[in-house]
Design a protein around this ligand. Structure first.
Ligand code: GLP
Length: 259
């Protein structure tokens, strides 16, 4: 696991560099897109690079998760968030961006279809991730099986409170259920790039990088991934025991290496 501590804009640039390098080497790459505020700077940077010629026309993308039951036109439905924040700002082909169907009559069948679609696309090459304050990735809340695949989950009170800011600060408006890629689904992606900023994430980041692998902090499963990159600002890094070592390692990193 590589840990890079830098300012938020620099982190976004590094993540965008990794996406750009992938797309230039493999235009038909499969991207994994995350919602939440953490990846927004990356999406801004990718939209800017698209204007400078970076093309997503042959690429495909899979979203991590979706609320169950939000109306199709609800602005906080993750499909609509991803459309607004990145898909509509670059040149993905129609239908190239997919997400779990939180409005399906048969949610279990929708989850199975989603797993099949990811597999049929050849798997995700680069997965962008954020992290919840309780250590969830996608919507894999504490207690999630480390072997889980896409399924329905119940959101914790903490996550619903954290996300209430997107619902007029009314936690009652935040859905109770979601469909989410499982931890094993996420672990199947070939490169994981997680972004976290702000002091509220410091404990989750400490557990993710330095804690024991445990379903209590689901993101810790990433310690078992052969190619995981954790991009954090000073505040999110403030509880890391080996912060000085991570800083030194990044300062000494060869220019050619990339993420
Ligand atoms: C939601 C999303 C996660 C995201 C998390 C953190 O729960 N399902 O994918 O990582 O929020 O969000 P933020 O980046 O806004 O802190």
């Amino acid at each position: 696991m590589e840990v890079i501590i830098a300012e938020a804009d620099k982190l976004a640039g590094l993540a965008a560099d990794a996406v750009e390098k992938l797309l230039r080497a493999r235009p038909a790459a499969v991207l994994g897109l995350a919602t939440g505020s953490s990846p927004l700077r990356v999406y801004d940077e990718l939209a800017r690079r698209h204007k400078d010629g970076l093309s997503f026309a042959q690429a495909r993308a899979f979203m991590l998760d979706e609320y169950v039951g939000l109306p199709a036109d609800h602005p906080e439905r993750y499909r609509n968030v991803i459309e607004k924040e990145i898909a509509s700002r670059v040149d993905f082909a129609p239908g190239a961006v997919q997400g779990p169907d939180g409005l399906a009559d048969d949610l279990e069948a929708a989850c199975a279809r989603y797993e099949a679609a990811i597999a049929e696309a050849g798997g995700v090459d680069l997965q962008l991730l954020g992290i919840g304050t309780d250590g969830h990735i996608a919507f894999n809340e504490p207690g999630s099986s480390l072997a889980s695949r896409t399924r329905i989950k119940t959101l914790t009170r903490q996550t619903r409170e954290d996300n209430a800011r997107f619902f007029g600060d009314d936690v009652g408006q935040v859905p109770r259920h979601c469909l989410t890629q499982g931890l094993a689904t996420i672990m199947s992606a070939r490169h994981l790039v997680l972004l976290a900023t702000g002091r509220a994430k410091a404990e989750a980041v400490h557990q993710l990088v330095e804690g024991p692998v445990s379903a209590m902090w689901p993101a810790t499963v990433m310690q078992l991934h052969p190619h995981a990159t954790v991009l954090v600002d000073d505040a999110a890094a403030s509880r890391l025991q080996l912060a000085d070592y991570y800083r030194q390692t990044f300062a000494d990193k060869p220019d050619w290496q990339g993420l």
